[in-house]
Design a protein. Structure first.
Length: 168
């Protein structure tokens, strides 16, 4: 009977891992990070952002910020906005994508937004078409780490362990 409960507990862990398998951590700007004239890079082009993913904004703390605003304040680069939906300042900021829809971000340091340090993404919810693999930059620096990744490998390992348990 104990083995039965252990197998059920293991299956619960596997199903939890499967739900994580679709989550992607996106390093905004890839190896270049969150930087001036960011909007001119086309970084978000061709990427599918999903509920459960996260955006990682990396930049020298004190040099930039990440402010989430509405569409109108984004278009106007309104840094004096009262409609801030989020604000991050650490230089190592992780923003969860927890609902579908458009999200608008910019740097609130004077002149940075008007100089193109802004990002708009569309987050899709459940039931959307499968996400393509994250797109690597055409010629990343040799020291650049992988920028978009999933935890699908953990699911493969969990599946192999599950097969072993069921065969036992």
């Amino acid at each position: 009977m104990a083995a039965h409960w252990q197998a059920l507990l293991f299956l619960a862990v596997v199903f939890a891992a499967v739900s994580l398998a679709s989550a992607t951590q996106w390093m905004v700007g890839d190896g270049g990070g969150w930087r001036a004239q960011f909007n001119k890079t086309g970084w978000a082009d061709g990427k599918t952002f999903r509920v459960g993913d996260t955006l990682m904004f990396m930049y020298p703390a004190g040099n930039h910020t990440v402010i989430q605003v509405d569409k109108e304040d984004f278009a106007a680069c309104n840094v004096e906005t009262n409609s801030k939906l989020g604000a991050w300042y650490s230089g190592n900021d992780v923003v969860p994508l927890n609902k579908p829809g458009k999200m608008w971000f910019f740097c609130s340091v004077e002149g940075h937004c008007n100089n193109g340090m802004k990002l708009v993404i569309n987050v899709v919810g459940d039931g959307a078409a499968p996400a393509p693999a994250p797109v690597e930059p055409a010629s990343p620096p040799s020291s650049a780490p992988a920028m978009g990744y999933t935890v699908g490998g953990a699911v493969a390992v969990a599946g192999a362990v599950l097969a072993s348990v069921l065969a036992f």
